[in-house]
Design a protein around this ligand. Structure first.
Ligand SMILES: Cc1cc2nc3c(=O)[nH]c(=O)nc-3n(C[C@H](O)[C@H](O)[C@H](O)COP(=O)(O)OP(=O)(O)OC[C@H]3O[C@@H](n4cnc5c(N)ncnc54)[C@H](O)[C@@H]3O)c2cc1C
Ligand code: SF4
Ligand code: SF4
Length: 401
């Protein structure tokens, strides 16, 4: 994802929406309340923050109690929150068709020193290498602060901040909606920023990059997607860990590898290892509809599947991704992978699981936008259909929509 040279000018063609999607019917004006009913109240939101990032009037914020999107001022019914939501209006498989499905190169990589990370620490080392080489000015990552279960989107602009944010946080932060504010609140001027996110976050970023006419995410020049098949609601995960006898005061980190979830203390001692399916009730329900485990719209994908222990699989998917890995080579201990069969099989398995759950037909050649009407036709009567608005919020809509 190359940085847009001129804020306000879309990066693909003169009229990207017309070039890659059919026009929407004008009567398909979609409001945030439609998104609320179809995604948030229906418990399908994956807290990616794409709706918040896409809203041109900054009308969407984060509800503190739930960490989900909520209306904070007048909704104009411009439809963008709907259009960019991967659980409703964004036909994200179309992005993958535009990018091509196969990676340009595949590596097993780790940091070239003993810095910590989730697997090989390659993502953190890559970012630190790019920072040292002057290729980026910072990276929006997710730190776990004081709570290993609840992440916090953060802009790291030094190697120290990157190393502090190493490791995986298995919850979502509405990250995409915070990128521009984090950059605006920093001292950086017209920076080049890397964005590390789960595939749903990167789908929103890629769609905004292609379709926006204004300057949302204009500073993002590189996207790194973490391989992901599910994320968790921190409060529900906490309850299940406690129910399994874990003292949460002792937990420093979690890892999900090979189908097992492990909790460790600050010395790395194992507190619990259990089949990750035992924590299904804490998984975000919308993740079951996600068929993009490797983040195909990203410049680089990173995961543990397909590499030996202590290594990270890095897939370069675009010219920008290839150039970034080359620019950071000195920070990495890196070998080309002969085969991506293991990761391909993993992604395929995940896609089949998702396809069995998603009520709408997946079609990488159809319009990038799934209209509200099309969504209703596919979802009504399925158990994933829109739910009535939360009565506590109806007054907001009476005032703001
Ligand atoms: C929810 C989730 C599920 C995952 N599931 C799988 C899986 O099933 N299979 C698999 O192969 N890999 C999975 N991963 C990826 C894996 O855990 C590692 O992140 C990846 O292998 C890179 O390892 P590393 O040591 O190179 O990264 P590190 O050097 O530790 O760097 C990781 C970077 O990601 C950032 N980060 C951490 N959590 C998040 C988050 N939630 N959102 C955005 N950025 C974040 C960190 O701040 C850091 O910058 C998952 C990751 C997450 C967050
Ligand atoms: S899934 Fe993402 S875009 Fe959709 S409502 Fe939730 S946060 Fe917004
Ligand atoms: S499984 Fe998909 S929807 Fe859920 S957090 Fe991961 S990338 Fe997002």
């Amino acid at each position: 994802m190359s940085k847009r040279a001129t804020p306000g000018v879309p990066s693909v063609g003169n009229d990207p929406r017309d070039s890659i999607t059919e026009s929407r019917e004008p009567e398909e004006k979609t409001w945030f309340r439609d998104l609320d009913e179809a995604v948030i109240e229906a418990d399908r939101c994956v807290q990616c923050g794409s709706c918040m990032a896409a809203c041109p009037s900054d009308s969407i914020g984060i509800e503190p109690e739930t960490g989900r999107p909520t209306l904070v001022r007048m909704c104009t019914g411009c439809s963008r929150c709907w259009d960019f939501c991967p659980r409703s209006g964004l036909r994200y498989e179309r992005l993958n068709e535009l990018e091509g499905e196969s990676p340009d190169a595949a590596y097993a990589a780790s940091a070239d020193d003993d810095h910590e990370g989730q697997d090989g620490g390659a993502v953190t080392a890559l970012l630190a290498g790019l920072l040292a080489a002057g290729e980026i000015d910072g990276a929006v990552v997710v730190s776990d602060g004081d709570d290993p279960l609840a992440g916090e989107a953060t802009l790291a602009t030094s190697p120290e901040e990157l190393f502090e944010s190493a490791g995986s946080t298995y919850s979502q932060t509405m990250q995409l909606g915070q990128v521009d504010d984090l950059v605006a609140e920093s001292d950086l001027v017209d920076p080049d920023i890397a964005l590390v996110g789960t595939p749903c976050v990167i789908q929103g970023a890629a769609a905004l990059d292609r379709l926006q006419y204004d300057d949302e995410l204009a500073s993002v020049s590189l996207t790194v997607s973490l391989v992901c098949t599910r994320s968790f609601a921190a409060d529900r995960l906490r309850s299940l860990l406690v129910g399994n006898g874990v003292d949460m005061d002792d937990v420093d980190s979690l890892e999900v590898v090979g189908g097992a979830l492990t909790a460790r203390d600050a010395d790395g001692h194992r507190l619990l290892t259990k089949d990750v399916e035992a924590f299904d009730a804490a998984a975000l329900r919308g993740c079951a509809e996600c068929a993009d485990a490797v983040g195909k719209a990203a410049d680089i994908s990173a995961g543990n599947v397909g590499s030996p222990d202590g290594k990270t699989t890095l897939l370069a998917r675009t010219d920008d991704g290839t150039a970034a890995i080359e620019a950071a080579m000195e920070a990495l201990d890196i070998d080309e992978l002969d085969s991506t069969d293991a990761l391909d099989a993993f992604a395929d398995w995940n896609r089949r699981q998702a396809e069995a759950t998603i009520p709408r037909e997946r079609d990488s050649e159809a319009s990038l936008t799934v209209t509200y009407t099309e969504h209703r036709e596919a979802y009504d009567g399925t158990g994933r259909e829109p739910e009535p608005l939360n009565p506590a919020r109806v007054h907001q809509y009476e005032e703001w929509c």
